[in-house]
Design a protein around this ligand. Structure first.
Ligand code: NAD
Length: 442
């Protein structure tokens, strides 16, 4: 018997009617991450000067691939999953961006995540465009063998557009070093040659980079510390709350705790825990490694999930999924600073509320750029087959993040705009300058 998981209604099927010239799914009034991205672009256009004539480039993904991923399940049935790879822009270099395995993945989400990668890569000035991929699946329901078969078939299906000089995937939510190893192997088998540079975030034994695992959290900590200095906030006495305790949230919490901060509340898919005296972060990391969630950790109180947003703190780090801080909870947030470890956690309406309340938002497009920066180092090391020390990598990462943040802070002061708009100004200008210099083909 064939087992076909039911897919939710197509995410873009209910789009509002749009002017004939622009497809409905590219309209800003289409709710969802892509609509939010379009609103963010609208906010930046007035600051682009003569480059504004190319702004439409930012509103149109270069290439969208939707693939069917059929696999044999362990029980002998066949399951089909829907997969995506979106290349938003490649004016500055090959596409670059992660692959997400999650039951809520939609095309709108992958389009927005790809676009945010374009802005982010340009903001930290690594020579990449933006791309992203995903499969709508809850990987926790798959056996290891099913996960491997799904990853390999997906890689084979998107193999027509990825490659070390075309588009380089990396880990994102629910994907890790092992999945990157399977992707690298599948692509290499199809090409007939080992191509380590086709993905980043690989195991070090396969051409991965030292420091990659911690890179995004280290970037969060670096820009967070820089911003804290600007607003007179002492990290050593700060109270921190973290949503999402995976790669980004876990490492961020560890580095803030090491700097003396008190991590008082953590939320993940399993629940929310709180401890006034501060959670023991290394012990919590060990607990999550053992049982897969922060739930059940002691000593800590259990909070209802919704109360996470009311916890008194100086720094809030959303590091799970997008659309978490909305107009419904932005008024309740107690922090002085929000550092977006996750991509797209704050809606534009919530952005405005936080701005009015004088809460500084360090946007995803700079705050979590540490991951792609070390992915860039990994790719460079793979091409040159010469590998750097971890100290070297961390030092280069911190330098790039600090320089990028300083430039963005200055633009924000000059134009009296939010750090998000400032980062978009820097990123969009670089993308559109490349667009203009290259010209249109033919
Ligand atoms: P991960 O899979 O390692 O961790 C995700 C975490 O989010 C887990 O702790 C999970 O329990 C939690 N979570 C999931 N659903 C939740 C829910 N409904 N409520 C609360 N928590 C929930 O993923 P990650 O790599 O840490 O990525 C987290 C975010 O950071 C994503 O937005 C991702 O796009 C972004 N990001 C990741 C990287 C990277 O290098 N991994 C780089 C840049 C940005």
């Amino acid at each position: 018997m064939s087992h076909v998981p039911r897919l939710p209604a197509h995410p873009l099927s209910g789009a509002a009617a749009a002017p004939a010239s622009i497809p409905s799914y590219l309209q800003a009034d289409n709710l969802g991450p892509w609509g939010i991205y379009l609103q963010q672009v609208d906010r930046v256009v007035p600051y682009l000067g003569h480059l504004a004539r190319w702004a439409e480039t930012l509103r149109r993904p270069k290439r969208i691939l939707i693939v069917d991923v059929p696999i044999h399940m362990d029980d002998g049935s066949v399951a089909h999953f829907e997969g995506y790879r979106v290349q938003h822009n490649t004016s500055r270099g090959p596409g670059k961006g992660g692959v997400r395995f999650h039951q809520d993945v939609t095309l709108s989400e992958v389009m927005a995540l790809a676009a945010w990668m374009s802005i982010k890569n340009a903001a930290v000035n690594v020579p990449y465009g933006g791309a992203k991929g995903g499969i709508r699946v809850d990987p926790k329901t798959l056996s290891l063998g099913e996960l491997e078969r799904m990853t390999r078939r997906y890689t084979s299906e998107i193999g027509i557009i990825i490659g070390p000089t075309k588009d380089i995937p990396a880990p994102d939510v629910n994907t890790n070093e092992q999945i990157m190893a399977w992707m690298m192997d599948t692509y290499s088998m199809n090409e007939g040659a080992t191509a380590t540079g086709v993905v980043t975030g690989k195991p070090v034994a396969l051409g991965g980079s030292l420091g990659r695992r911690d890179a995004t959290g280290r970037g969060v900590f670096t820009v967070g510390s820089e911003a804290a200095r600007h607003i007179g906030l002492d990290i050593a006495t700060a109270r921190v709350t973290v949503q999402g305790f995976g790669n980004v949230g876990g490492v961020s919490a560890r580095l803030f705790a090491q700097a003396g901060a008190r991590v008082v509340a953590v939320q993940d898919h399993g629940g929310t825990i709180f401890r006034e005296a501060g959670l023991d972060v290394p012990a919590l990391l060990a607990h999550v490694a053992a049982v897969g969630t922060v739930a059940g950790f002691a000593p800590a109180e259990v909070l209802p999930n919704d109360q996470f947003w009311d916890v008194d703190c100086d720094i809030l780090i959303p590091a799970a999924l997008e659309l978490q801080i909305t107009e419904h909870n932005a008024g309740r947030i107690q922090a002085r600073m929000v550092i977006e470890g996750a991509n797209g956690p704050t809606t534009p309406a919530a952005d405005d509320i936080l701005h009015e309340r004088n809460i500084l938002v360090l946007p995803d497009v700079i705050a979590n750029a540490g991951g792609v920066t070390v992915s860039y180092f990994e790719w460079v090391q793979d091409f040159s087959s010469f590998f750097w020390s971890e100290d070297d990598i961390n030092a280069r990462l911190v330098r790039i993040m600090k320089e990028a943040f300083a430039g963005i802070w200055e633009v924000a002061q000059d134009h009296k705009v939010s750090l998000r708009t400032a980062t978009f100004i820097v990123g969009c200008k670089r993308i559109l300058q490349a667009r203009e210099l290259r010209g249109l083909y033919p």
